[in-house]
Design a protein around this ligand. Sequence first.
Ligand code: NAP
Length: 259
Amino acid sequence: MPSAPPDDYRPASDLLAERVILVTGAGDGLGKTAALTLAAHGATVVLLGHKVKLLERVYDAIEEAGGPQPAIYPFNLEGAAAQDYEELAARIGQTLGRLDGLLHNAAQLGTLTPMRLYDPATWGRVMQVNVNAPYLLTRACLDLLMQADDASIVFSADRVGRQGRAYWGAYGVSKFAVEGMMQILADEHEGTSPVRVNSLDPGAVRTSGYLAAYPGIDPSSLPLPETVMPWYLWLLGPDSVSVTGQALTVPAADLPVVT
Ligand SMILES: NC(=O)c1ccc[n+]([C@@H]2O[C@H](COP(=O)([O-])OP(=O)(O)OC[C@H]3O[C@@H](n4cnc5c(N)ncnc54)[C@H](OP(=O)(O)O)[C@@H]3O)[C@@H](O)[C@H]2O)c1
């Protein structure tokens, strides 16, 4: 089973034509770039996030670039209940008729602090957004995804959720949980449904989220989100159709210097 796109991967410009893909946290960072890139390759993108102004900017950029008309779905992953996710999935089914991909991108960092000092309320908020929300969203969307010819669920991973590191607290634990969720779902669907499930660690990428975690880094030393987009296209499109249950990592070109 391949664990990376080929070195010379050149996704077709209509790779995702006729596909509907939901991106969480689509207003900023990797989610914004993913939404623009998926639309540029033909996908109808459901832009989910909690800052409507940011989502509107992404919507406008997709329209201006001539991409398929996206959908905006303002949604606060922190406060939403199971029923809100079910309504979201029902709306997608009614208005767009299908769902072919789900990119669990939104996440909160919480604080970087020793476990014994970690604030329980912050812990709960991070777990809600980073673990419970992807679970509830996946649960609500699975019926639609299972109706697709081939469907892809991608969880955003992080190396601190694959090897424990001091002070990463709730964020690190939440990313470990996401890997477990990916493996369980992949095992449940392998060979019996068109849904494949993988996790992707994009490596160090220039976003406000990354810079909040590493304030000492010179932003110009970090690759732009665009550089990792071939991985997102490959995983969310049909070229990775045999790949499931994989914890994938974008290799670091040159690790940035921490000052
Ligand atoms: N950047 C990296 O180098 C890197 C490295 C490893 C893993 N990752 C993973 O890749 C993903 C994206 O990272 P990023 O750096 O692009 O993060 P980011 O810049 O912090 O963006 C996170 C996104 O999540 C959204 N979000 C947070 N809380 C939300 C809520 N309650 N409801 C709805 N949306 C919410 C944010 O929306 P608002 O802007 O509206 O708050 C934002 O769009 C994350 O899962 C992260 O763990 C990133």
